[in-house]
Ligand binder design. Structure first.
Ligand code: IVH
Length: 689
């Protein structure tokens, strides 16, 4: 029998190549586990690398034979596809930020106002470190760990159960817990584990990780849990999702229960005023370098859970918690060059390419310079030594010039991508490429935005693939993505599976990922269009207001400026940008072609069973039991719209003490008026509080 392992790649037949790929997948998998999981490699790095090279060479010669579990897809690089999606039982929120003492005072004052607490009513706040890691949700059913997920976009995460099972801090089973318990917390890599991992990477000639957070992220997103196991991650619990019976009435009581069930929780302190909070913050900031893991601030949370419930959340951040960040870390370095990036709306952004420097544990080599004026004001130029600052996940900033460069920087008058003249309108700070729809850089950026995580979120279609498809001419506009499979191998082109870097599996996976996204929610669709000023928040507001694609299309295609402005939260800039976008024939064509390929899901109504659904309410006068803000949130949760003025369209006016002109107007128009007590009774009987 021939020993295929001894044959040169060029001499392999197709069948032999197939057998070789199977053998190599097994062998490399075995050595990965020995290396990563058991810290006990059985072969030299050179021999290991040789196996991997051989595997890649065979795949390059026979792209169609590439295996689903190919080692070339696995190690080191984080995997983008491959995890099942998980819908969170309750959204995983993020936190608003406080940077200075006044922000902390505002946070407390806001809570008192919302809850109608007097100045001197006790208000207990739990303070604990904010870990710079990744949040995860762990679901236990009848005490057994059944599923773990990443945060994802807050609504849908990825199923990383197998990887989370390898973390020693996460109990596999717990005694005495409620039947359903979803524990949330942070996955992180300690400084010690990070140093050890990077030493191993260095010794093996692999790239090092920039910081513990990136290393933790890379480790958690491995398709092979054996690799995660070797990375020694930690977990601290600090929050929860669905729980069948809460074990306490305060944040601190639930933390104690979590600890009793075997979770690690961080040391925390209960504060009763701003002075105590900022003192805790200062002490932790001073001692931050002695912590075993990275922390980037302090999180404050209202201790009483009934108050947390009442406070609720505004868009994606709770009103009952805030992150008080530590001061950013700074360092000096040299500006090696200044590049101009072209954004999806044509904005030209100058970027400093820096001599790499470590700032607070992270290597920084780029910093945004924002615009022409920013560069001029700070006298930034190539060859200058500058002070750079990094704060958490914020893009690094150039603060000031320490030593000027020889030649002042001149902003280019043309687009570096398409050569069209750059324009800077009066009153604007940005230069924009005048190339419009002919500028390839803008088109690519628009497509990148279209497939990005909070938009269509198509697995396996990132910057690299978009660029390649665009350059090959197969994807020029969003609709082309959805006809890609149908046109594959036509128009005189090779089928995707035969393209460089692609194979049967990766092409099929991409087509499947695209198919999955043919059904899309209205808010994602609106956001994906990449209209100026229309971010995720505004897209949600529009989708909630119009509910269906057709209603939205009708509104933005017509002369409906006032109607758009009537949407709470939509301002003039946004409304005008929307109308301008749809007034453009090309954009309209892009939209029409796109929606013809999609099934757009209608936006669910807030609550159609509530008696307040779809009603327009006006609050007036002084409410005694709740604040205006809380009343508005309650009303909206029950599907009502809250307006500031009384008109024919008003369904009900809630009149507090000393109500004046609005009450009179309501009486004139014959609009129904109720008092605060009737209002409270009404919302108490509505089932969905
Ligand atoms: S509480 C609804 N506590 O910070 C509140 N978050 O910037 C849920 N984080 O997404 C979060 N340490 O990943 C909370 N002690 C802590 C935290 C913490 C780190 C992360 C978490 C969150 C992010 C928000």
């Amino acid at each position: 029998m021939i020993n295929t392992a001894a044959l040169p790649v060029s001499a392999l037949s197709e069948d032999q190549a197939k057998a070789e790929l199977a053998r190599l997948a097994f062998e490399i998998g075995f050595h990965d586990r020995a290396y990563y999981q058991n810290d006990a490699p059985e072969i030299s790095d050179a021999a290991y690398d040789q196996s991997r090279r051989r595997n890649s060479e065979i795949e390059a010669r026979f792209p169609g034979l590439k295996r689903a579990d190919s080692p070339s897809e696995r190690i080191g690089a984080p995997v983008t596809g491959g995890f099942a999606k998980v819908r969170h039982s309750r959204p995983m929120l993020s936190l608003g930020n406080a940077f200075k003492e006044a922000d902390v005072a505002d946070f407390l004052a806001g809570i008192r106002r919302f809850l109608k607490l007097s100045e001197d009513a006790p208000l207990a706040i739990v303070a604990e470190p904010k870990i710079d890691g990744l949040s995860a949700a762990l679901r236990y059913e009848n005490g057994i760990f059944v599923q773990g997920a990443t945060r994802g976009d807050g609504e849908i995460g990825e199923d990383i159960t197998a990887n989370l099972r390898t973390i020693a801090d996460i109990p596999q089973s717990i005694a005495g817990a409620p039947d359903i318990l979803e524990v949330r917390g942070e996955v992180f890599m300690s400084h010690a584990a990070f140093a050890k991992l990077n030493r191993r990477q260095r010794d093996a000639g692999r790239p090092e990780y920039a910081n513990p957070r990136n290393a933790a992220a890379g480790s958690l997103r491995q398709l092979d849990a054996a690799i995660t196991a070797g990375r020694r991650l930690g977990f601290r619990a600090y929050a929860w999702g669905e729980v069948s019976a809460l074990p306490g009435a305060t944040q601190s009581a639930v933390l104690a229960a979590l600890e009793s069930w075997g979770f690690q929780v961080q040391a925390h302190e209960i504060c009763t005023n701003a002075a105590q909070m900022t003192a805790y913050h200062a002490a932790m900031e001073a001692g931050r370098s002695k912590m075993p893991y990275d922390i980037d601030g302090i999180v404050y949370k209202v201790d009483r859970l009934d108050w947390q419930d009442r406070l609720g959340a505004a868009s994606r951040t709770p009103r009952w918690a805030i992150a008080h960040k530590f001061a950013a870390e700074q360092a000096q370095t040299l500006v090696e060059s200044i590049d101009i990036q072209v954004g999806r709306t044509g904005k030209l952004t100058p970027v400093a390419r820096l001599k790499p420097v470590t700032v607070g544990g992270v290597v920084v080599s780029n910093a945004t310079l924002h615009n022409e004026d920013y560069i001029a004001e700070k006298h930034i130029s190539v060859g200058a030594v500058v002070l750079v600052q990094r704060a958490g996940d914020v893009i690094p900033q150039v603060l000031e010039v320490v030593k000027p460069g020889a030649v002042p920087f001149e902003f280019p008058m043309t687009c570096p991508a398409c050569g069209a003249n750059a324009v800077r309108d009066e009153g604007e700070v940005d230069w924009r490429c005048g190339g419009g729809l002919i500028c390839a850089a803008q088109a690519v950026e628009r497509l990148r935005h279209f497939v990005s995580r909070n938009a269509f979120d198509i697995d396996g279609l990132g910057e690299k693939q978009i660029r390649a498809f665009f350059e090959a001419g197969v994807v020029r506009a969003p609709a082309d993505i959805f006809t890609l499979q149908h046109r594959d191998g036509m128009e005189g082109r090779k089928p995707l599976r035969d393209w460089d870097g692609w194979g049967d599996t990766s092409a099929e996976n991409l087509f499947a990922a695209i198919e999955e996204r043919r059904i899309i929610s209205l808010d994602r669709l609106i956001f994906a269009l990449g209209i100026r000023h229309v971010g995720q928040g505004n897209a949600k507001l529009l989708a909630r207001r119009y509910e269906t694609k057709d209603a939205f299309e009708a509104a933005v295609s017509g002369d409906s400026l006032q109607e758009l402005l009537d949407i709470d939260g939509i301002g003039e800039k946004v409304a005008k940008a929307l109308l301008a976008f749809f007034a453009d024939d090309h954009n309209k064509d892009v939209w029409t072609a796109l929606v013809a390929e999609l099934r757009v899901q209608d936006m669910a109504r807030a609550d159609t069973t509530s008696p307040l659904a779809g009603r327009t309410l006006v609050f007036t006068g002084t409410l005694e039991q709740t604040s205006r803000a809380e009343a508005k949130v309650r009303a909206e949760a029950l599907g009502a719209r809250v307006s500031g003025s009384v008109s024919q369209k008003t369904d009900m006016v809630i009149a507090g003490a000393a109500a004046g002109s609005k009450l009179r107007k309501a009486q004139e128009l014959g609009v129904k008026v109720i008092d605060e007590a009737e209002w409270l009774a009404l919302i108490a009987t509505s089932n969905s509080q």
